[in-house]
Design a protein around this ligand. Structure first.
Ligand code: GTQ
Length: 351
């Protein structure tokens, strides 16, 4: 009650004489108290991020149309951005820190080499024959694979197959842009180097230990095949110890830390018919169905996510996921802002 009184008693901008306000403006000064509650709202942050659903069936024809309308030379990256209307579509944000895009590469096309400060990952949605070359490592792109292109690493995309390839890009671009630290550099084509990180970390719990030299790469593993993530989830699900939630985190295998610095990436398996309530935590989240059909309840919103559909949820909201399939597992790729929130010390789990 006392708080409510205080809320009501704060002075408004209109309470101040116009000549005083004009004088403040001329001196680049602003009174805090009329805006204090807006920047520090009571109890729960103000969030522009709205629960939003993007249907793959609805966007795919538009993306293929972009393939007809805009040659790769005119696009560099042929992407339709999954923009959250709560932020304004022109901001190209899914949440405060996350950017989502669906990228199309046609057979024979090359998306030219560049590197940039934001971190990216690709989650392959459809098509065979494409690859991403990351700092000289050629990463084949198969459905469900997660491929990292962390900050500063050269990358280019190519396609030797016969059908269109589509993948989901997840970047921390809004965050890095907000920090006024977002830029890119164009580069020459990279030389392909022998070796794939994924071969060195082929089985959990076993780290390569070279006798003579130790590579000290910040990102020793760039490609996380869906074949392995799916197998890991199915193994876990067969173990009664993880009866509740069957989930894995994509990690840097040398340190066990999150695979990238700002956003976190996870694969979740929902057992046939399973309903899973995720606690209300401070970071926003993105859900993308790799296999199956999932109902997502976010606050008052409810979406049925078909295969390859994507949705986002603001932070501080509990999310309930239900596997719509009663006879088969469903698999969900999740991206969130947890690493960022934890590093900044603002991470909260409200249960
Ligand atoms: O593939 O390098 O969706 O640089 C946005 C920016 C993809 C990419 C995006 C990019 C890329």
């Amino acid at each position: 009650m006392q708080h409510q009184d205080r809320f009501d008693t704060l002075g408004r901008l209109e309470d101040l004489p116009q000549d005083y306000r004009d004088e403040l403006t001329r001196k680049n000064l602003v009174p805090l108290w009329p805006s204090l509650r807006a920047v520090l709202p009571p109890g729960v942050p103000a969030r522009k991020t709205q629960a939003t659903h993007w249907s793959y069936a609805a966007l795919k024809p538009l993306l293929l149309k972009a393939g007809e309308l805009t040659p790769i030379e005119k696009a560099e990256r042929r992407v339709l951005v999954l923009a959250n209307p709560g932020h304004g579509l022109e901001k190209m944000q899914a949440s405060a820190a996350m950017y989502l895009g669906m990228q199309l590469l046609l057979p024979g096309e090359l998306a030219p080499p560049h590197r940039h400060t934001p971190n990216a990952v690709r989650m392959v949605v459809e098509g065979e024959g494409a690859w991403t070359l990351v700092n000289g490592e050629k990463c084949p792109m198969h459905r469900g694979d997660l491929i990292l292109t962390p900050t500063g690493l050269w990358h280019e995309h190519g396609h030797d197959g016969t059908q269109p390839v589509i993948w989901l890009d997840v970047l921390d671009l809004p965050m890095v842009y907000y920090m006024e630290a977002s830029y890119h550099v164009e580069g020459p084509s990279q030389t392909v180097q022998a070796g794939e990180g994924v071969k060195s970390y082929a089985r959990g719990g076993l780290r390569p230990s070279p006798v003579f030299e130790r590579s000290n790469q910040a990102y020793p593993m760039l490609r996380y095949p869906w074949f392995d993530a799916r197998a890991a989830l199915l193994e876990m699900a067969s173990d009664a110890a993880c009866a509740e939630a069957v989930q894995v985190t994509y990690v840097q295998p040398e340190t066990g830390a999150d695979a990238e610095n700002i956003l976190g990436f996870y694969a979740l398996m929902l057992r046939p018919g399973q309903t899973l309530r995720l606690p209300a935590r401070s970071p926003a989240q993105v859900f993308h169905v790799i296999e199956g059909r999932v109902q997502a309840n976010v606050g008052d919103s409810s979406f049925v996510l078909e295969e390859a559909d994507t949705c986002c949820a603001p932070g501080y909201e509990a999310v309930t996921l239900t596997n719509c399939q009663s006879d088969q597992a469903s698999f969900v790729f999740i991206a969130d802002e947890s690493p960022l929130h934890r590093k900044l010390g603002v991470f909260e789990n409200r249960g």
